[in-house]
Design a protein around this ligand. Structure first.
Ligand code: SAH
Ligand code: SF4
Ligand code: F3S
Length: 442
């Protein structure tokens, strides 16, 4: 009888991709993936440590899982929280038997064997050679593939736990990334998303990110190439030109800004000023008119003054992002921010008020931009069924979500749609019929 494994994934796309690699490793050792923890022989929780609340959720979830597990099932914690807490996790939760960091997933089959024999172990060594090249990812997403091209991070943003949980930056060989792209195309997927913490600093010793974009973008059968997340400092003219000149690379950039204030950016050790960020945006937009632009912003970082926060609001207004992920600062153990003077701590009430003001500004701009685009026609890829109604969730090249009515057989197809309505954040669209004489055909 084959054993079954269930992996529950939290955090960023890198974790989603790692879970696919873990499933792949375990499948090669005879395990069958299942969709829930009930009855599974092995349950792994692939965790995120980026903010305190991400970790609290996992702790709560482990408590629930403990009740759902069948007797004798192995419970393990993987990912960034596993790396960060190591053996401390075994001490906090006595049901957990395995704590495995992001560079040790290759050992999972043996570690699970040990756990079945009663071992409780931690495996959190970094391995700078590890790219899981020989592991065939078990993919669940139907129309697009996440492809890690770089692991770790060499920046040291003072708020961030990722350098601790993911280790130093290293890039896969370009040829390996191209090979994996060819494989996913052969499986019928037409979109890839290249992943790295500062993905545009990619360098495999011979090739940089510009080479990578051109090479992946030229793979036969690929229709969309995306990547996330780039760092503003690594947008060389070469990279921007490669992006603009490769027709398969989508005109969307997620460009984390974090703050609009130069003094704040300095305390965050982001290594760019407000003006340099703006310059990066201007160079991107000049090369690619109509570029979709999204960002990440933190409020309430230590010492944030009213003026600094006002600078963030004004930069948001100046750039006019399509959308932004906004975060309340969370102090992470071991990060340089913990060594800042305690009097710099921003009171929760102030953080909440600034957060609301920022979100209001972001959403207002988003709505204005989106309203201005009604009537536009564009190509979308049908990704999946939408959560509500009998609608399909589609994605434009510039990263807009468009809901369209149609049968599930359309999933994976490209359609031309006209934008007919917007909630402010997402669009509804209708099929432009003459361009698609046979949308229902095989
Ligand atoms: N490598 C990516 C970011 C990964 S983390 C980059 O540099 O762009 C995703 C986002 O989480 C960050 O962009 C930041 O906005 C947010 N974040 C990271 N650490 C945080 C913290 N301690 N508190 C609040 N938000 C944080
Ligand atoms: Fe964290 Fe900064 Fe590295 Fe992004 S670039 S992962 S925010 S340290
Ligand atoms: Fe979270 Fe680790 Fe990603 S901390 S955001 S899962 S790299």
């Amino acid at each position: 009888m084959t054993r079954t494994v269930y992996i529950e994934t939290y955090g960023c796309q890198m974790n989603v991709s790692d879970s696919e690699l873990m499933y792949g490793t375990l499948q090669a050792s005879g395990y069958t993936p299942v969709e829930g923890p009930e009855g599974a022989d092995v349950v792994l929780v692939n965790t995120c440590a980026i903010r305190e609340n991400a970790e609290q959720r996992v702790i709560g979830r482990l408590g629930e899982l403990r009740r759902d597990l069948k007797p004798g099932a192995v419970l393990g914690v993987t990912g960034c929280m596993a790396q960060r807490l190591g053996p401390r996790l075994l001490a906090t939760d006595t049901r957990v038997q395995l704590v495995v960091g992001p560079d040790a997933y290759r050992m999972l089959p043996q570690l699970i064997e040990g756990a079945r024999g009663g071992d409780r172990v931690t495996a959190t060594d970094f391995d700078l050679e590890e790219h899981y090249e020989d592991v065939v990812a078990r993919r669940f997403e139907g129309v697009k593939a996440w492809i890690p091209v770089q692991r770790g991070c060499d920046y040291r943003c003072t708020y961030c736990i990722v350098p601790t949980t993911r280790g130093p930056e290293r890039s896969r060989k370009l040829a390996e990334v191209v090979r994996e792209t060819q494989e996913v195309v052969a499986q019928g997927l037409t979109e890839v998303i290249l992943l790295g913490q500062t993905v545009n600093s990619y360098h495999d010793g011979t090739h940089d990110f510009a080479d990578l974009l051109r090479a992946v973008g030229a793979v036969d059968g690929i229709r969309r190439v995306r990547y996330t997340s780039p760092h503003p400092n690594d947008f060389s003219d070469r990279v921007i030109a490669a992006m603009a000149e490769t027709p398969t690379v989508c005109a969307h950039v997620h460009l984390p800004m974090q703050s609009g204030s130069t003094s704040m950016l300095k305390r965050m050790l982001r290594r760019y000023t407000r003006e340099e960020y703006l310059d990066c945006v201007a160079r991107l937009r000049a090369a690619m008119p109509g570029l979709g632009l999204t960002t990440d912003i933190i409020v309430g970082f230590p010492g944030e003054t009213e003026e600094e926060f006002a600078d963030t609001l004004s930069l948001v207004r100046e750039v006019r992002f399509d959308d932004a992920f906004t975060f309340k600062f969370s102090l992470r153990e071991g990060t340089p921010a913990t060594r800042m003077p305690p009097e710099w701590t921003i009171p929760d009430a102030v953080i909440d008020a600034r957060y609301d003001a920022l979100l209001g500004t972001v959403r207002g701009i988003s709505r204005e931009r989106n309203l201005g685009r009604l009537g536009e026609r564009m190509e979308v890829l049908v990704e999946k069924e939408a959560r509500k109604g009998e609608l399909l969730q589609c994605r434009s090249r510039d990263f807009k979500t468009v809901l369209v009515q149609g049968p599930t057989e359309w999933i994976g197809r490209y359609l031309t749609v006209e934008l007919t309505g917007t909630t402010g954040a997402t669009f509804t669209g209708t099929l432009v019929p003459d361009r698609h004489p046979l949308p229902m055909a095989g």
